[in-house]
Design a protein around this ligand. Sequence first.
Ligand code: DHB
Ligand code: FE
Length: 279
Amino acid sequence: MAQIVGAITTSHVPAIGRAIDKGLQDDPYWKPFFDGFPPVRKWLAEVRPDVAVMVYNDHGLNFFLDRMPTFALGAAPEYRNADEGWGIPTVPPFKGDPALSWHMIESLVAEEFDLVTCQEMLVDHAFTIPMALLWPDLRWPVRTVPVVVNTVQSPLPSASRCYKLGEAIGRAIESWDAEERVVVIGTGGLSHQLDGQRAGFINKAFDRRFMDSLIDDPKWATQYSTLDLVELVGTQGVELLMWLVARGALNGKVRRLHSNYHIPISNTASALMLMENRG
Ligand code: DHB
Ligand code: FE
């Protein structure tokens, strides 16, 4: 049976892509951010996962406001990045894993998560930037399965629902009859607000509490409604729902192997966490 080796959760600010492209990793502004990643890369090189299940929010590239699934899952043989109007440099295509995708779809729908299934799918910065941070040579050693959660257009799924989706994803992966190692990657957050009067809003105390909660008390954040979360972490900070999905997929005791928190990158409290799944 497949094994979930752990979860990696990280911010996905598009400006990171520009910094990578311009080689600014040692620039004083960027260094404290990029310095978070080598321990995670080392772990990945040791654990060598075969597949990455990428939990992220599409920002209007593959799904626009006219058709907005609450949850969607990719089942394509390949995923490509597309320019989102920011002049983002494109990266090599990502291999899919249709066998795992369809197994997950079967399992999740059987568990009453009625998601949209996508046999074609473009992936945006929330998918590509974490991949480029984790595998900076851009020679992706993993196949990928995209899982998209709506955090763009109200109403959003609740924190509680997202955690349950994560648990169901965990059961789906672990019931896959294949000797494969799977890493779950959740991208987004932490606190940030890009628009309105509170643009630039960051809540360090909440972010820290949230990160700690994922280790020992992972349902802590499910006490909050999505409107509570918007107030606490900003309109885009609700992307922390992706962290809840990823954490939910880890079935038992979890050990924090590494974390980093740095304010700000662009308008965002950038955070990174590596959690080992102890089964
Ligand atoms: C920023 C953060 C995001 O999560 C995003 O999707 C786009 C921009 C930012 O801080 O600039
Ligand atoms: Fe985002």
